[in-house]
Design a protein around this ligand. Sequence first.
Ligand SMILES: Cc1cc2nc3c(=O)[nH]c(=O)nc-3n(C[C@H](O)[C@H](O)[C@H](O)COP(=O)(O)OP(=O)(O)OC[C@H]3O[C@@H](n4cnc5c(N)ncnc54)[C@H](O)[C@@H]3O)c2cc1C
Length: 421
Amino acid sequence: MKSTVYDCIIVGGGAAGLYCAAQLAKTAFYSGKKILIIEGGSRVGNKLALTGSGRCNLTNTEIDLAKYNTDDSTRLASCFNRYGEPDTSYFYENVLGVVLEKKGSLVYPATYKSSTVVDALRFYLADNFVETVLKERVEAIKKIDNIFELKSDSDKTYITKNLVIATGGITYPSTGSTGDVLKLVEGLTDKTCFVPFRPALTSLTATMPGIKGMAGIKCRGDVKIIGGDGNIKARSEGEILFTKEGGISGICVMDVSDAVVRLFEEGDEDIKAVLNLTGKTGGEILQMIYIRRQMYPHRNCADALSGMLLRNVTDFVMKKMGLKADKMTLRDLDDSKLVELTNLLCAFPVPITGYGGEDKAQVSSGGFKLSKLDDSMQVKYCSGLYIIGEAVNVNGICGGYNLQWAWTSAALAAEGISQNV
Ligand SMILES: Cc1cc2nc3c(=O)[nH]c(=O)nc-3n(C[C@H](O)[C@H](O)[C@H](O)COP(=O)(O)OP(=O)(O)OC[C@H]3O[C@@H](n4cnc5c(N)ncnc54)[C@H](O)[C@@H]3O)c2cc1C
């Protein structure tokens, strides 16, 4: 039997793969063209459904290069100039029919349900006759003349003129993303095109007395990562969450985790996270403590500070000073102790012993180098082969930056492909 020759096959039905197919489908030029998505999982958009704690923070109105890590910032800037947040928001609202809502610069579907986004993409693809094959993983790719031949794990062969690799990174492997880009395109390119994948946007682990007792506690503040050389390597502010494993997480911790992973890889064994657990300056905190010392002379420290600090935080910090918050009043602390307490509340040092692996990280850093792709995400020296989304060496901090990269790279590839057939 003669095999169908597709105009474009997209390997991976995640955010990038679905969006690329949708962009291809909308191009009038493509009427009558055959597009196929091959997805290893039993449904498309598995990871997309988990995003934003199930609410899908799908983009950010303040896309800023400083929020991304890549091997080619110049090209990344040009990608966002050509297809950015306004284009994505327009496409979602006016083509996919998803009403969007902003929380500051963060953009969500107005339903605050990621399933709305997955469904909008699914329905649009079905409306436009894009074929989807589920539960089949592509295992090998060959290029013969100008045609790509794909072999799947069920021994099926697929043939296409244009091929898009949208297989994601290595995180949350249960969603199907297991870093396949390397294995799939290595034979068509070479190893110098890859930066090894590693977890980014992940939690940090620490072994220090009392930290497990803080499990579940959230503080608004900031975190600085200090390397063994004593220099600040990264900083971020926002919510810090103490984890049940005895470590820290939360958006601002995840945003600095990339720097920690790098330090560990460089062999640094003396990494500290310095936490401001109050979101205030030392001067402000000291003044608040002085006022409470006068107002509540008879109360124990935990009770006297309860209006400004969670009890667990007071206990935890005073334990570090060798004191018991429920056994003494603020009057029992002399001025130097009050300053020490203030300093700890605003710069609490946590020795970092590790980080959450692939199953905990929200994105991967690494992947196919952006500098080895052209403006359409086409692999230089391998015409017809495109790589998009997290499979490319571009990763951002929390806040819709990673999905915006998925949409941008997908749309640019679709534009390039429509000029190619
Ligand atoms: C818990 C969580 C929350 C997140 N929240 C946000 C957020 O709110 N905002 C944000 O911007 N980003 C968020 N992210 C990151 C975002 O989800 C990713 O950046 C994005 O999904 C990457 O899209 P992708 O299409 O490149 O890869 P993926 O979504 O990982 O999709 C890749 C797809 O390819 C398939 N596949 C892999 N290999 C093969 C193969 N060999 N054959 C066939 N199919 C294959 C996989 O099954 C998978 O479906 C979050 C991530 C996680 C884990």
